[in-house]
Design a protein. Structure first.
Length: 242
C-alpha cells in the first residue's frame, strides 16, 4: 500500500492554453529516471505522471496536458503556487535504463507529454556513459508544443544529444512533417538523426500516444526490431500514457 505525501506547488508554468508544468516541493522520494508516480488533489482521484526532473533534483516536476473532459488534468492545470498536491510514496515503471540491454544508439521517441520521462533520463549521467549516440524524438501537433527548449538546448551543449522534432498539423521549419512511423519506414527519421536505426545498433524507448506506440512498433518490426523482454531480449521498450 502506498502512503500519500503532501507536496506544495512551487510553480505552475503554462506553455500554452493546454500544456503546463508543475514544480512541487515534497518529502524526498526515491525513484529512477523514467518512472512515474500517482498524483492527486484528493486520494480518491489519482493519476500517474512521469517525473520530468532527474532523481537528484530536490523539486519534483510533472508535465501535463489538459484533457478537457478529463476529471483531473483540468484541475491540475489550475493549481497555483502554494497549493497542495498529493504524491504517492511508491514510484514505479520499467521505462528505465537499467532495463535496457547494451546498444550503440539509444532512441527516446515520444509524442506530446510522452517526452516527460525522457527529460528525466537525459539529465542523468547514465545515457552518456552507456551509449555512443542518444537521439531524442518529439512529435507534436503544433510547433508551440515543442516545450522544454531551454532544457534540451542545455543538454545538447553538454552532450552529443541528437534532437529530432515532428510537427504534424502545420508547416514548421526545422521539424519533420507527418508521423513517426511513416518516417521510420521511409528513412526520414534516421536521416534527420544522422545515425542508423537497426537491430544491430539500436534500442528504442517509446512513450506517449498508444496508437503511436502500436504503429511505431509495426514500423520497427519491419526493420527487425522487436519488443524487449527480460527473458527474451529485444530492441523496443514502451510505455503507454492511456
Ligand atoms: C504510466 C503513465 C504515465 C503518465 N504520465 C503522464 C505525464 O507525465 N503527463 C501527462 O500529461 N499525462 C500522463 N499520463 C496520463 C495521466 O495519468 C492522465 O490520464 C491525464 O493527466 C489525464 O487525466 P484526466 O483525469 O484529466 O483524464 P483521464 O480520464 O485520465 O483520461 C481521459 C482521456 O484523455 C486522453 N489522455 C490522457 N492522458 C493524455 C496525455 N498525456 N496526452 C494526451 N491525451 C491524454 C486519453 O484519450 C484518455 O482516455 C500518464 C499515464 C500513465 C499510465
Ligand atoms: N494539442 C492540442 O492542441 C490540444 C489542445 C487542447 C486539448 N488537447 C487534448 O490533448 C489530447 C491530445 O494530446 P496531444 O496534443 O499530445 O495529441 P496526440 O494526438 O497524442 O498527438 C501528438 C502527436 O502524436 C501524433 N500521433 C497521433 N497518433 C499517432 C499514431 N497513430 N502514430 C504516430 N503518431 C501519432 C500526432 O500526429 P497527428 O497530428 O497526425 O494526429 C501528433 O504529432 C486531446 O485528446 C485533447 O483532449 C490537445
Amino acid at each position: 500500500m502506498s502512503k500519500w505525501l503532501e507536496g506544495r506547488v512551487i510553480e505552475n508554468r503554462h506553455w500554452t492554453d493546454s500544456l503546463f508544468s508543475l514544480r512541487v516541493e515534497a518529502p524526498r522520494l526515491a525513484f529512477q529516471a523514467g518512472q512515474f508516480v500517482r498524483i492527486a488533489l484528493e486520494e480518491s482521484l489519482a493519476r500517474p505522471f512521469s517525473f520530468v526532473n532527474p532523481p537528484h533534483d530536490p523539486l519534483l516536476e510533472f508535465y501535463g496536458i489538459v484533457v478537457p473532459e478529463g476529471p483531473l488534468s483540468p484541475r491540475l492545470a489550475q493549481l497555483r503556487a502554494g497549493e497542495r498536491l498529493l504524491v504517492a510514496s511508491n514510484p514505479a515503471g520499467f521505462l528505465i535504463l537499467p532495463e535496457v540491454p547494451p546498444a550503440q544508439t539509444l532512441w527516446l521517441v515520444s509524442t506530446g507529454t510522452g517526452i516527460a520521462p525522457f527529460l528525466s533520463i537525459v539529465r542523468t549521467p547514465e545515457p552518456w556513459q552507456r551509449f555512443a549516440n542518444v537521439v531524442l524524438v518529439h512529435a507534436v501537433r503544433h510547433a508551440r508544443e515543442l516545450v522544454y527548449q531551454d532544457t534540451i538546448g542545455r543538454i545538447a551543449k553538454a552532450h552529443a544529444l541528437r534532437y529530432v522534432t515532428f510537427v504534424s498539423r502545420e508547416a514548421a521549419p526545422g521539424s519533420l512533417s507527418g508521423r513517426i512511423p511513416a518516417a521510420i519506414r521511409d528513412g526520414r527519421l534516421e536521416k534527420a538523426a544522422g545515425v542508423a536505426l537497426d537491430a544491430q545498433t539500436s534500442h528504442v524507448m517509446l512513450c506517449g500516444n498508444p496508437d503511436m506506440l502500436k504503429d511505431a512498433q509495426g514500423a520497427l518490426a519491419e526493420r527487425g526490431l522487436r519488443k524487449h523482454r527480460r527473458r527474451n531480449p529485444g530492441h523496443v521498450t514502451v510505455e503507454s500514457f492511456w
